[in-house]
Unconditional design. Structure first.
Length: 198
């Protein structure tokens, strides 16, 4: 039985991508900050950081943090506790203040857009009363858009191309190409493959 990890670009491809982005006006300092943060990742492709403060925070407390080529905005936070697995696909970005917490497993697909102050977590963080701590994996498929200050809670799978409206609390699975919103989130409509987010 073989195991696979997130695909990695050859060093020459990574360098070519950096040079291409620099030519289009991307600041060099964003890549230098990314190189500094890479030490917290188990594996990582090209990591860029948008200008501004505070720097993104990566907490790896004995888990796995794997990413392909991603963009992090100031104040975003990634956390993998002991034994937790966090994976992020190619082309995904986390906007300002967005946070992802993996105590068991959080998988974020390719080309996902995680809005300002959004929270994605697979855990209750602590037990309540006599109830034990409960964790359950979270999966975001490719091309998912999570709106500003939305919350995705443990055990949720969000299908490809779906949109979570700003301020929503997602407690149940979301089918592919579906728009959800509210607290708790409910289906508001659908979006066709290839359609732009509203």
């Amino acid at each position: 039985m073989t195991t696979t990890s997130a695909p990695q670009l050859a060093p020459t491809n990574v360098l070519a991508k950096i040079i291409a982005r620099l030519r289009h006006g991307a600041p060099l300092f964003g890549y230098l900050k990314g190189l500094w943060l890479r030490r917290h990742f188990t594996s990582c492709g090209l990591l860029a950081v948008e200008k501004g403060w505070p720097l993104p925070q990566i907490k790896n407390a004995g888990g796995e943090v794997r990413a392909e080529n991603i963009l992090l905005y100031p104040g975003s936070r990634l956390s993998a506790e002991h034994g937790g697995k966090l994976t992020i696909g190619n082309g995904t970005y986390l906007n300002r203040g967005a946070e992802v917490i993996a105590w068991e497993k959080v998988e974020i697909g390719r080309d996902c857009m995680i809005g300002w102050d959004a929270l994605i977590m697979d855990t209750d963080l602590h037990p309540v009363g006599d109830r034990p701590l409960r964790n359950a994996p979270v999966v975001l498929h490719d091309n998912v858009w999570i709106g500003c200050r939305a919350i995705v809670l443990k055990g949720v799978t969000i299908g490809e191309g779906s949109i979570v409206s700003a301020g929503s609390i997602v407690t149940k699975d979301v089918p592919a190409f579906t728009v959800v919103g509210g607290q708790p989130a409910r289906v508001l409509g659908s979006v066709g493959p290839g359609e732009a987010a509203p």
